[in-house]
Design a protein around this ligand. Structure first.
Ligand code: NAP
Ligand code: MG
Length: 485
């Protein structure tokens, strides 16, 4: 089971290649619990030789997997959904341990992650395609699809389960074989998912996983290998840009889910209780370490004091401490993250912002905690507004003119998520349509949904995950021009 790998006595053997678990070529690296800085366990450190062997295994497995009937692939994915649902508590504990998020957030993530297996088990058997006749007559056109080929999947630490399944499930549904490199902060959940996929019946070599501390070398090796036809990356815009440059050299098909800077707009006629409830989810899920996290709150001047009071009341009630102690909000991922969030808050305060309300961090904790914070009187050009915070800080900015707040909301190179709370639905939709964001919560604080196309505009990314679109990212279109005469 999931925990069997923890506290392993022998050398770590966490590189999965061709169905065999083995030691990585570069020793081991520790995985920490950010709530107390303890070492949870050590994990095998994959190197370039492992990266090459993983491609060999994925290449060997590709013809067989691509030719496996969709119904069989679908049933393996369905079993993965069921196993993940069964293992929910254990996986949640693992996520909470290596990522730090609260147990309730971790459980929510496992449920969300499992849903990608179910959704793509269902999409897997719905083969799309087309048939037409050419305008000149005679010729018929048959449009079909084939798997894009070997897919390299690179995932971040903030959703260790869901970011892996959101890529693995459509890749497997499409008939691709895969190379997975999880974030080095949180490899344990991905390793548990790989074990679960083996139990579900995924054949050897279809899912290969290389945890590593040298991600540039491992992923670079994959992108340089002419057998690898796809890169699907979730992470920072900076790293995404590097991978896009590398992908350009061999014209590799690239899907990118990158950073965000979501505006959260509240109009004067919005239901403020609903807006506060939505703000708590949009801001504090995962301690604010979500690419879809509300980053800046634009609240109409007529209601901003009322909103700030009610929101502040809710924020002060949050308990902050280790997930294992049942806290609402866990630590940030690292000491560096605490430094960065602190600098953003200090910078805003230096520009005239005020810390209006703050939650209290539990006494005696040693992890990377930062208290949930509400900032008011924030100048629109403070870095805390312009940059992705990735922490539990909510800057509030007042507005009066609708056109001006839309301009402010769009004044960023990011365009992932946005949130609009308005009393009148027509007004909410009018504002939403004017926003350059890929996903907009209208009177809702959560946009993630396996059946909906997840992704961003501008520098927030390329392509979509989930929905039918998520499957298409792993398919090539092919057409046959047929002489019908
Ligand atoms: P990151 O530093 O970009 O890391 C993401 C992944 O890329 C990790 O597996 C990392 O491995 C790997 N990586 C780092 N440098 C690399 C390189 N030179 N070549 C190949 N791989 C490399 O991002 P993060 O700090 O983990 O995550 C936070 C960011 O992800 C935020 O900006 C957030 O908005 C974004 N994010 C976006 C989405 C979305 O769907 N749009 C979802 C979640 C997060 P190591 O762990 O070994 O560094
Ligand atoms: Mg990183």
């Amino acid at each position: 089971m999931v925990t069997a790998q923890l506290g392993n006595s022998g050398p770590a053997a966490d590189v999965l290649i061709g169905g065999r678990w083995r030691q990585g070529g570069a020793g081991e690296f520790p995985v920490h619990n950010p709530a107390d800085r303890s070492v949870i366990t050590t994990v095998s450190n994959g190197d370039v030789a492992d990266a090459n062997s993983a491609v060999d295994a994925a290449a060997d497995a590709l013809p067989g997997w691509a030719a496996t009937p969709p119904r069989e692939r679908s049933e393996i994915l369905r079993r993965a959904f069921e196993l993940m649902t069964q293992d929910r508590e254990e996986l949640a504990a693992l996520i909470a341990a290596e990522n730090g998020k609260s147990l309730s957030d971790a459980r929510g993530e496992v449920g969300y992650a499992a849903e990608f297996f179910r959704w793509f088990a269902e999409e897997c058997v719905r083969s799309g395609g087309g048939f037409g006749s050419s305008p000149a007559g005679g010729t018929r056109t048959i449009v079909t699809h084939k798997p894009v080929g070997i897919a390299a999947l690179v995932t971040p630490w903030n959703f260790p389960a869901a970011m892996a399944t959101r890529k693995l499930a459509p890749a497997l549904a499409a008939g691709c074989t895969t190379l997975l490199k999880p974030a080095s902060e949180t490899p344990l959940t991905a390793l548990a998912i790989a074990r679960l996929l083996t139990r579900a019946g995924v054949p050897d070599g279809v899912v290969n996983i290389v945890p590593t501390r040298t991600s540039g070398a491992v992923v670079g090796t994959w992108l340089a290998d002419q057998r690898v036809r796809k890169i699907s990356f979730t992470g920072s815009t900076e790293v995404g840009r590097v991978l896009l440059h590398q992908a350009a050299d061999r014209v590799v098909n690239a899907s990118m889910e990158l950073g965000g800077n979501a505006p959260f707009i509240v109009t004067q006629d919005a239901d403020l209780d609903a807006a506060v409830a939505g703000a708590m989810i949009a801001k504090f899920r995962g301690g604010g370490q979500a690419c879809t996290a509300a980053n800046r709150f634009y609240v109409h001047a007529d209601v901003i004091d009322d909103f700030a009071r009610r929101f502040g009341d809710a924020v002060e009630k949050l308990t902050v401490g280790p997930a294992a102690a049942g806290a609402d909000i866990g630590p940030l991922i690292s000491a560096k993250a605490v430094e960065e969030v602190t600098a953003l808050v200090d910078g805003a305060v230096a520009k005239g912002a005020r810390i209006a309300r703050q939650a209290t961090v539990a006494d005696g904790v040693t992890g990377f905690f930062f208290p949930p914070t509400v900032l008011v009187d924030v100048p629109a050009d403070a870095d805390v507004v312009l940059q992705e915070i990735f922490g539990p800080v909510a800057p509030l900015v007042a507005w009066t003119d609708e056109a001006a707040v839309i301009r402010e909301a769009n004044r960023t190179e990011m365009g992932l998520a946005a949130y609009v709370y308005a009393g009148e639905l027509q007004r909410a939709v009018r504002i939403a349509e004017a926003l350059d964001s890929g996903m907009i919560g209208i009177n809702r604080g959560l946009v993630s949904d396996p059946s909906a196309p997840f992704g961003g505009m501008k520098q927030s990314g390329l392509g979509r995950e989930g929905a039918r679109a998520g499957l298409e990212e792993f398919l090539e279109t092919q057409y046959f021009s047929v002489d019908w005469s």
